[in-house]
Every structure is written in C-alpha cells, then in structure tokens.
Design a protein around this ligand. Structure first.
Ligand code: ADP
Ligand code: GLC
Length: 497
C-alpha cells in the first residue's frame, strides 16, 4: 500500500505544535506495518538546513496564481522518504510554518498552502512525472484542505482522507482570491468551498475528501455539535451519519521514555523515582523557585485561548496557598504571555515562567512535575497529557476531546467538567490529597507510567481505514460483480446528527 502524507509541520525539522509530532510519528509507525508512506512538506529554511542530500525529482508547473515548484526527495536517517516542495519565494522565510517572527500570519498563506495542496494533488494523480504514485492521499488540517478539491476538479479518482487536528483553524480567505488559487467560480457554494461568504480551506477538504478523521473519538463526536463544530457542525454531523468521520487517538513517540530521554539530566523508572525528584530540584533552581517539599504543577503549552491559561491564572493563587508551585513553559499570544508574566512576578518564589519554544525544557518540566495542568476549552487529542503520564506527572485536565479519552480519572490523572477556576481547583484539591497519601500517589504514578500510548494502535486503525477506502475505489473502477470485495470492517464512529 502506498500513501502520500501531506503536512505543514514535521517535528524533525519544523514544529509549531502537536501536528509536527503526529507527522513525524504516524508515518514511521505506518512504515513498520510495511506501508510505503512518504511525507510531503514545504521546504522551510530549517528543512533545507537539516535534510541531507536533496535530489530534485519533479518540476511542477504553475496554475492560476500559484507559482511553479520543484519537488526534492530526501530521506531521514531512519529511511523515511520526504518530498519537499521547493519554492523559495513561498517558504524561505524566518518564523514558524505559518507566521513571521512577530507572530503575524503571512498574508499569502492561502497561496503558500494552496501550493502544498496542489503539489499533493498532482503527485497523487500521477501528474508530477515521478516514478512513484500513491494509492491514497492523506492530508492534514486546513493547509492540506484544497488537495482533495483540486483532485476532484481535475477529475482524478484517488481516495483522500483529511485529518482534522483542530477544527478552529480553518484557513479562510476572501472570495477575490479564488482566481489566484485556481478555485472554479462554481465551487463558491455552500456545497463547496464557501463558508460565510469567504473561502474555507478546511471546509473544502471536508467537502471533497472521501473521509475525514480526527484525533480522538470524543472530539469526533464533539465537532458534530454547535458548541465545538466552529460553524462546520452541519457538515461534520452529515459526514458522521454517512460513516465518513472517524476518531483515532494519536500516539506519542518512543523517545518519551524517562529511563533514556537524552534531554533529562536524571533518568528514572516507575519503581525508582529518585531521578524525578532530582529533576524537580533542578527545574526549581533554574526557575528561581524556593526549595519546597510540596507538589510541582507543570504547564507546557502553546499560549492560546484554547488552552485555558486564564483558568490556570485564576487558580494559581489557591495552588500556591495550598503549598504548590507552578512551572510554566509556553509561547503564543502576547496578551497571554503578559498575563502569565504578571502572575509569575507576583509569586516569584512559587511560579516560574519561561517564554519560548524549547523541547529539552518541555521534557524537563514534564519529568520534574508531579501534576500537569491542562484546562483546555477543547482539545482534539492533546499529546502533553500522554507525555506527562509516561513521566509520572498526573494530568489535571478538562473532560473534553482527547483528554477525556486518554486519562483515567482517579487512576492516572484527574478530570473535571466545570470549566472554571473553581472547577480546576476542585480537581487540584483531589491532586493535593493524593500527593499527601504516598500509597495513593505511588499507585497512580505506576498506573500512569504503565500506559503505553504507542503509535502502533493508531497506525493499525489508519491502515484499516486506508484499506477500506482503497478497496472502495477498486470496486468503483472494476465494476464486474465477480470481483467485488466484501466490505472491510469499518472503524468509523457513527454519530447521530
Ligand atoms: P497543540 O498541538 O494543540 O499545541 P498538543 O498537546 O497536541 O497541543 O501538542 C503540543 C506539543 O508541542 C507537545 O509535544 C508539547 O510537548 C510541545 N510543546 C508545546 N509548547 C511547547 C513549548 N513552549 N516548548 C516546547 N515544546 C512545546
Ligand atoms: C492540534 C490539537 C491537539 C492535537 C494535535 C495533534 O494541535 O490542538 O489537541 O493533539 O493537533 O493532533
């Protein structure tokens, strides 16, 4: 089975959040199942700087206002094949995959990711002049959303899956951009790319892909509701009713292992946590926190509204009053950064803040902390709570999305439903009680650290889904009844509208 996996982030080189981790972890797990999966991503500066031996394997023409590009082939050290979209005018910029150094989105993000989507569609349709053509195209989030649409408009029949990592980011642009993006006028329709009189890349992906998946079963249900569907719940609930929407929980990669993580000054295991304590001492010192025998609460997060940092701020005073300390690492909205800076300044001995994106520090804080705060308003999957459990840090999290699916309340962490300072503090109180009872704490840590969260389970589910979609295409292309296959078992989550 051959699969092209198109993504705007890839953790080895360029990552803004969990999509980068998923794009690096899932294809590798699929390869271990003998699937020939290749990853397509833009050639950002970090990619060019870190990839070895890039060979140009295709020249793709321009289309409408989308510039021509080259496709470079590279391999990671462990042999994963990468196809890089080489177009310096679009991708050779300093900043994150989506924004400049000041945090402002690039104004031509529509063209940047239309280029990615079009390259994906051309390779998938066998129009790139390459010796390799996939059986299925798997795209991710709004940056890949136009790929299933381009395939449909070109009349190509390649099965496509769109994975939604976050329905709140939709890739909207003005209708006037359509001619530049090569979007036919007729597609500006409720049954097409139109969303409240603008063009939505994510809606295009949902509308034209054969299947959509999201990164947990609970979030798959949630996005069919008005409260979580970000205006697309009509479409998603229709897809769910047709069996075209699945929820598959992400994994985390095996480098999240406290006994051998090279970023940790002190290693530890479930039956000997002395290294965890030593890491906590170092983190306290590094953040200028007072020495304390109380619990350390960690926060590692993008600083955006979704993550509920305002709720952490509402609760912080109570946590400190009860004898807790908080170590925060994050990067994001300037307003949230300022709010957290003020908080840390007013509790210098007990709340430490690091603004930045720093993977070694993220791992150290997770390893050092006793509990990890995640009061997300919504959380499609969330990786931090899984990383935390592996490192014996019990997550305290809002009962939503993937948090509800990956934390066993009272066994490997604490879930709360009332999304407010009181709700979060109620769960923190339970955490303080557990902290004060060494037997309970030890039992919960053991249970959390024993959870595997390996990518293999998710990869098996994706393989089943791919097989079914590719099989369905074979049925359409070869209509002779004798060759028709029995339907493969489905993995969809059917959700009532
Ligand atoms: P999201 O993708 O919504 O940001 P996830 O929990 O799925 O949330 O994934 C976040 C990933 O990014 C995790 O691997 C986490 O460790 C990492 N991360 C988040 N913030 C930072 C940061 N400031 N520095 C380093 N890593 C971070
Ligand atoms: C998004 C979501 C997060 C998820 C990640 C990877 O960034 O916010 O919940 O874990 O994608 O799928």
């Amino acid at each position: 089975m051959k699969v092209l996996f198109a993504t705007s982030e890839f953790a080895d080189f360029a990552k803004a959040g969990g999509l980068g981790d998923v794009s690096a972890g899932l294809p590798r797990a699929l390869r271990r199942r003998d699937i020939d999966v290749r990853v397509l991503l833009p050639a950002y500066p970090e990619v060019i700087a870190k990839a070895n031996d890039i060979a140009v394997v295709a020249h793709l023409p321009g289309h409408a206002g989308i510039d021509p590009c080259c496709i470079g082939e590279a391999r990671t050290d462990d042999g994963l094949i990468l196809y890089l979209v080489l177009e310096p005018s679009l991708y050779q910029r300093t900043g994150s995959p989506y924004a400049g150094p000041e945090g402002h989105d690039w104004p031509d993000n529509d063209l940047r990711f239309a280029r990615l989507s079009l390259a994906a569609a051309e390779i998938a349709a066998g129009r790139a002049g390459m010796s390799w053509q996939p059986d299925l195209l798997h795209v991710n989030d709004w940056p890949g959303g136009l790929a299933p649409a381009y395939l449909r408009w070109q009349g190509a029949r390649v099965p496509t899956i769109l994975t939604i990592h976050n329905i709140a980011y939709q890739g909207l642009c003005d209708r006037e951009r359509m001619p530049l993006l090569g979007i036919p006028e007729g597609a500006f329709h409720i049954n097409g790319v139109e969303f409240h009189d603008r063009v939505s890349f994510l809606k295009a992906g949902l509308f034209y892909a054969e299947h959509a998946s999201t990164v947990s079963p609970t979030y798959a249900r949630e996005i069919t509701t008005e409260a979580f569907g970000a205006g697309l719940h009509g479409l998603t609930s229709g897809m769910a009713a047709e069996g075209r929407l699945s929820g598959i929980v992400n994994g985390i990669d095996e480098t999240w292992d406290p006994s051998r993580d090279p970023h940790l000054p002190h290693h530890f295991e479930a039956d000997d946590l002395s290294g965890k304590q030593a890491n906590a001492d170092l983190v306290r010192t590094g953040l200028c926190l007072k020495h304390s025998a109380g619990p350390l609460f960690g926060v590692v997060s993008r600083l955006v509204h979704q993550k509920g940092l305002d709720i952490v701020a509402d609760t912080a005073r109570d946590i400190v009053r009860e004898g807790g300390q908080i170590a925060i690492l994050g990067l994001g909205d300037p307003d949230t950064e300022h709010m957290l800076s003020r908080l840390a300044r007013s509790h210098r001995d007990h709340i430490g803040l690091l603004i930045g994106f720093n993977e070694p520090m993220a791992r150290r804080i997770v390893a050092a902390s006793d509990f990890c705060l995640m009061p997300s308003r919504f959380e499609p999957c969330g990786l931090t709570q899984m990383q935390a459990q592996r490192y014996g840090s019990l997550p305290i999290a809002h009962r939503t999305g993937g948090l509800a699916d990956t934390i066993d309340d009272g066994e490997t962490g604490f879930l709360f439903s009332d999304l407010s300072g009181e709700g979060l503090f109620g769960a923190c109180r339970r955490a303080f009680e557990a902290f004060d009872d060494p037997d309970v704490l030890a039992e919960m840590r053991q249970a959390a650290m024993a959870r595997s969260f390996h990518w293999s389970g998710a990869a098996a589910e994706y393989e089943q889904l791919y097989t079914r979609l590719i099989g369905r295409r074979t049925v359409q292309v070869v209509p002779a009844p004798a060759r028709r296959r029995a339907p493969a078992p489905t993995v969809e989550l059917r959700v009532a509208a």
